[in-house]
Design a binder for this molecule. Sequence first.
Ligand code: ADP
Ligand code: MG
Length: 632
Amino acid sequence: MGAPDTQMRETLGFQAEVKQLLHLMVHSLYSNKEIFLRELVSNASDACDKLRFEAIARPELLEGGGELAIRVSLDKAARTITVSDNGIGLTREEAIAHLGTIAKSGTREFFASLTGDQQKDAQLIGQFGVGFYSSFIVADRVTVVSRRAGAPADAAVEWESDGSGEFTVSPATRAERGTDVILHLMAGEDELLSSFHLKSILTKYSDHIATPIRMRKEVWDKDKSAHVATDEDETVNQANALWARNKNDITEAQYQEFYKHVAHDFADPLAWTHNRVEGKQEYIQLLYVPAKAPFDILDRQHRHGVKLYVRRVSIMDDAEQLLPPYLRFVRGVIDSSDLPLNVSREILQESRDVRAIREGSTKRVLGLLEDLAENRKDDYAQFWAEFGQVLKEGIGGDSSNRERIAKLLRFASTRSDGAATVSLSDYVARMKDGQKAIYYVTADSLAAAAGSPHLEVFRKKDLEVLLLADRVDEWMLSFVHEFDGKPLVSVAKGDLDLGDLADAAEKEAQSKAAEEFKPLTDKVKAALGERVEDVRMTLRLTDSPSCIVAGAGAMSAHLARLLKAAGQTAPESKPILELNPQHPLVVRMQADDACLADWAALLLEQAILAEGGTLDDPSAFVRRVNALLATG
Ligand code: ADP
Ligand code: MG
């Protein structure tokens, strides 16, 4: 056997996910089939950008110059459309890798999660990008002939597939560097065999492409009553960088199409901000917030979405230094006038200029989000649902903007029907007279938070409580101690001091209960021994007999569980057991000395379960419940 002979024709299978993608796309995107041209032109433009960039260090790749351009041509007799470019080109290995697999981590998991419902899955595929494979919406055979810049004429490659499961690669020759993508149109797609039609598609979707797109010029022939080709070429796009144009000269649709090109997204963006920054640093920023989160957004290794240009030359695709990690969902371009063309990631890391750009861009994005939150509430709610969890990372990660980010946070609360729509400012605005703190409860799920026994007294007093169930919430709140001068207080921590909200009668009842039940709390404490820090009576509860709270300085049971789940050690902190003096079970326990130890353990274990915790010895719990049930 040995290595495959690169001089030979080889037939290879698509990666399983590519097959799935092809199938879904052809069936679900048919109504939007003209996007194939947008995708191919987008790739041709990327290929030209890549060549411009590589040629900075290796000018010989330009092979004596020649303008970089994209050409769209058609052959009515052969029923083909060809998109050509003289960009970077592909080697045989690159053709196999890039046109046969999807090289994104998590792709397999993503495809495994598809529902099988084509409508829904097509939406998901959209956020994944459709790209080269969209050719198969209109073509039953696609041929790619490509030669890598710097390779000799006879080292080109021909890639071909009918999109059903396999592709072939064979050696080929190509007179110049670059790529032709030749679409053999399916039967019934003849309307695409019109220059006029193709031109209108290009104007609609690809006008923003900075590289010129050329087509053969056609003129109207009166005698033939038809458009006929001339020998002349024409450029069908504006052929300049969209972000460098004047804002007033760019239409909303052009901004949206440009987004799809830079973000490799299929859907329109949610919002964007476009600015020319002058002064010490000169740069242009065109930054977008997508409408949908990509499937791997929570992965902190997720590729950043801002492309760096230096004086219109594309330098880097995912320049993570241009925005902080918690804004990694932002897409777009930053074009600097000051950085050197040969800037590397290492230089970016160190550069003070880049730091200034990052700070400026962060402020712009936060400003854009504030504007959404203020003026387009529905869009902000959508943003929050998609990216809120990522933005929350900024509370810990970006201390200089912490207050601005805190205002952008949204929570579910006991007043919001489970939707995360409540801002801290909303909460503060409707705080009760005499209420001094912002109250919150954390749990593993919203349902558990909403059902927490700790909320009982808050319901009774009609006080709003924020419900926190995101993994990052508790970590996040460790950085926000107050908002608008109001402390944030966990309802499950420490002595609940409702301050002025507890009326005098209640305070008296509380101390009376403490006194009256002292013999009981002492006995319960003795019975539970090492399992609790303390036992006391509470007015927190109305319906439940017991609850556990963490000591004022201690870590909550919820956070301790999260840390353990993440494989970290959590300091052992024992809970405080609180008992409801009004509850019939507590009253009964008081009268049942014989079974007191069982009652005490039961009330503790119940409280742990109600918090979403787990028991060390569940079978002992079941035995106790049964024993007490049996005694009636
Ligand atoms: P994306 O553009 O999002 O990377 P595509 O499916 O559109 O995904 O393209 C897949 C890959 O194929 C590209 O990333 C690129 O490496 C390669 N490719 C496609 N078209 C060309 C071309 N005209 N020239 C060079 N490489 C290309
Ligand atoms: Mg593409």
